[in-house]
Write a protein that binds this ligand. Structure first.
Ligand SMILES: [Zn+2]
Ligand SMILES: [Zn+2]
Length: 264
């Protein structure tokens, strides 16, 4: 009997290892294809880059739904052509977040989603080489980031181990690369619970899912006067960013803001 159980257990371990290796193998294949076919534009999936400097082709970059004006004070969504700093959209009026202000670079239409997908699921950091040009599309974005501390939204250690990288850290570092000494990146938060993927969740479920899931890891380099900006890849309902803001505010930080690439 013991012997049978031991056999079943060893079969289970072999199968689990096989599945893990397959996953890594697929990631490795993605990585190799990016090395062999660099710069295949994630939007049109055709044009290889021509100048060696940009990742997405410039024609496709023009097709993205850029947020060029000041949108909702909290979530950054454009509001029927208004460019007034301080308006609040209906969603944020109904359920105001804790953080002070927020900004996003583009809307998550089909093209915007492809960009995020390339970074988050294909692990292509090079897409972010284009970030300085993206920032040129919105006059107030750099100004918003100036003289702040960028804090990436953390992944749980288990998800980080599985994915191998945190895209929010990449994005924060890409902002830093563009802005130089005007900003600092401090990985100050930790995710204390491994929350479920939120893709299928509505606003209320998302809030519940991330409730109390974050904590301050350390205060090194932070002081109460700092302007803090939480960085994430996308702004959906703002639930995750708001929970991160809560974790910082409970520690006495009041000037908490958010910035993401996509909104939707
Ligand atoms: Zn293209
Ligand atoms: Zn809003």
């Amino acid at each position: 009997m013991h012997r049978q159980r031991a056999c079943a257990l060893s079969r289970f371990i072999i199968k689990a290892r096989f599945l893990i290796e397959m996953k890594l193998y697929q990631e490795y294949l993605n990585y190799l294809s990016d090395l062999i076919f660099p710069g295949i534009c994630p939007v049109c999936e055709k044009a290889p880059y021509q100048d060696g400097l940009s990742y997405m082709c410039l024609e496709c970059e023009d097709l993205l739904a850029w947020i060029t004006k000041n949108g909702c004070k909290y979530c950054g969504i454009p509001m029927s052509g208004f460019d007034f700093n301080g308006l609040v959209c209906a969603g944020c009026r109904e359920d105001p977040p804790r953080f002070k202000r927020g900004k996003c670079l583009f809307l998550l239409d089909q093209n915007g989603k492809k960009i995020i997908h390339e970074i988050k699921y294909h692990g292509v950091k090079d897409v972010l080489k284009d970030l300085p040009r993206w920032l040129n599309r919105n006059d107030s974005f750099r100004e918003f980031l100036h003289d702040s501390i960028l804090i990436p939204v953390p992944l749980h250690r288990k998800r980080l181990r599985k994915r191998g990288f945190n895209q929010s850290v990449w994005i924060a570092n890409a902002f830093k690369k563009d802005l130089g000494d005007r900003v600092q990146v401090i990985d100050a938060l930790t995710r204390t619970r491994n929350t479920e993927t939120q893709t299928e969740f509505d606003r209320i479920e998302r809030k519940k899912n991330v409730k109390n899931a974050f904590a301050l890891k350390h205060k090194n380099g932070l002081n109460k006067q700092n302007k803090l900006i939480l960085i994430d890849d996308v702004y959906t309902t703002g639930a995750t960013l708001d929970e991160c803001a809560k974790a910082l505010m409970q520690e006495g930080f009041q000037n908490v803001n958010v910035a993401t690439l996509g909104h939707g």
